[in-house]
Design a protein around this ligand. Structure first.
Ligand SMILES: NC(=O)c1ccc[n+]([C@@H]2O[C@H](COP(=O)([O-])OP(=O)(O)OC[C@H]3O[C@@H](n4cnc5c(N)ncnc54)[C@H](OP(=O)(O)O)[C@@H]3O)[C@@H](O)[C@H]2O)c1
Length: 378
């Protein structure tokens, strides 16, 4: 029986993880659930999965009294504690942004298996996460479907035999192309394939999600940007591929359903029977691919962040997060997101070496900068 903690249990990935656990009660046990404030759903999850520990952001004594048998944790330290519980085998990290950065480090120091959905952690602190994982022998398994597919395709392959990897992109609501000036929030949130949280859905529409995935792949697989290709593949049946020196390409197919990569992570390294249906090739009408434009703004931002590194990826992530927030609040237009991110990146003086504490400070300043840029333009 594997003991599992889910950071972000009320979110899209969190709920998909609980669905996988629901269908695998003989092998998975929930011992910790964490969310920010969605107490109604959290309460239902507690009643169904009976975790020993629960985390939410702010102290709530009324809620605590409703569940006297559950140990309730709050605040930053609480998140670190739930991510490193002695009994925990796997920590699923699915909270957007960098608020779980210290908690992930704490899970690494406790030698947990970490199912990492939160790509932002690797974007801003890939070098720290990799160094710590090597030091403590922790295992990071990617939940992001593209990286999960590449991880699977790389199993049994020597790094020097890899020529290139490919991440696929459904292209979001605008097919991977820049949207018209008048794209509304409703248009942007209408993702044709994946049902995801709002932040990542907006990132899919701007293609910044793919920019972050390139940086994520760089840290997970130790490859430079030139060896990471992106293919627009609207059907979203192939999630990631590895091209080998001999010309062979290995890829991973599954329906566009996050339960596949989540199940892979929870059962790793075994392959147990599941109720998720494999693709029926006979009913597949077509599979289409086109190369993403390497000269597009999002691709250049990712390549620059990898090349210059230091504090730049932190600014890229923070500026984008703030710009997306402002878009979601109706304060900027959709097309303004990439413009603002580019401006914030261009005006940043790179700090070469960044510590964990620096990251939070740089993140805070970059978000202020974005707000200032928007204010002055208005
Ligand atoms: N959705 C996908 O298919 C997908 C695929 C690949 C990667 N990812 C990545 O996985 C992460 C989660 O995405 P998502 O789509 O599942 O997000 P989501 O649906 O917006 O869910 C976010 C979850 O995080 C919790 N949360 C947010 N801020 C928190 C905080 N400060 N402290 C504690 N909990 C907090 C939320 O709690 P409340 O409900 O209480 O607010 C919720 O449980 C993101 O980094 C995303 O890029 C997602």
């Amino acid at each position: 029986m594997k003991n599992i903690v889910i950071l972000g249990s009320t979110g899209t990935i969190g709920q998909n993880t609980l669905e996988v656990i629901r269908k695998g009660r003989d092998r998975f046990n929930v011992i910790g659930l964490a969310c920010r404030e969605n107490k109604d759903l959290l309460a239902r999850q507690i009643r169904e999965f009976r975790p020993e520990y629960v985390y939410f952001e702010k102290v709530d004594t009324v809620f605590e009294r409703r569940f006297p048998r559950v140990k309730i944790l709050c605040g930053d330290k609480g998140l670190e504690k739930i991510a490193s519980l002695k009994k925990a085998d796997i920590i699923i990290c699915a909270i957007p942004g960098i608020s779980t950065l210290k908690a992930v480090c704490s899970a690494i120091r406790s030698k947990k298996v970490i199912g990492l959905a939160t790509k932002e952690i690797l974007v801003v602190a890939g070098h720290i996460i990799n160094r710590l994982s090597r030091k403590y022998g922790a295992c990071i398994l990617p939940v992001d479907s593209e990286h999960n597919a590449v991880f699977q395709a790389l199993e049994g392959i020597k790094k020097e035999d890899v020529k290139k990897i490919y991440l696929t992109a459904s292209g979001g609501p605008f097919g991977g192309r820049p949207a018209g000036k008048n794209a509304t929030l409703k248009d942007v949130l209408k993702h044709p394939v994946w049902k995801m949280g709002k932040k990542i859905t907006v990132d899919s529409a701007t293609m910044m999600n793919k920019a972050f995935e390139i940086i994520e792949a760089h840290y997970l697989f130790g490859l430079p940007a030139e060896k990471i290709g992106v293919l627009i593949h609207p059907e979203a049946f192939i999630h990631g591929m590895v091209e080998l020196n001999d010309g062979t390409i290995k890829g991973v197919f599954s329906s566009p359903d996050m339960k596949f990569p989540i199940n892979f992570v929870l059962d790793y390294p075994r392959r147990k029977e599941t109720p998720w249906r494999p693709i029926d090739f006979s009913s597949m009408k077509k599979l289409t691919f086109s190369s993403a434009d390497r000269n597009s703004a999002w691709f250049s931002l990712a390549a620059e962040a990898i090349e210059k590194n230091g504090s730049l990826p932190v600014v890229l992530n923070a500026a984008n997060e703030e710009a997306v927030n402002l878009f979601l609040q109706g304060k900027i237009k959709f097309n303004g997101i990439i413009d603002i991110v580019q401006k914030a990146v261009r005006s940043h003086r790179i700090k070469k070496h960044v510590s964990l504490e620096d990251i939070f400070e740089i993140d805070r300043r970059a978000k202020n900068k974005v707000r200032e840029l928007v204010r002055t333009k208005l």
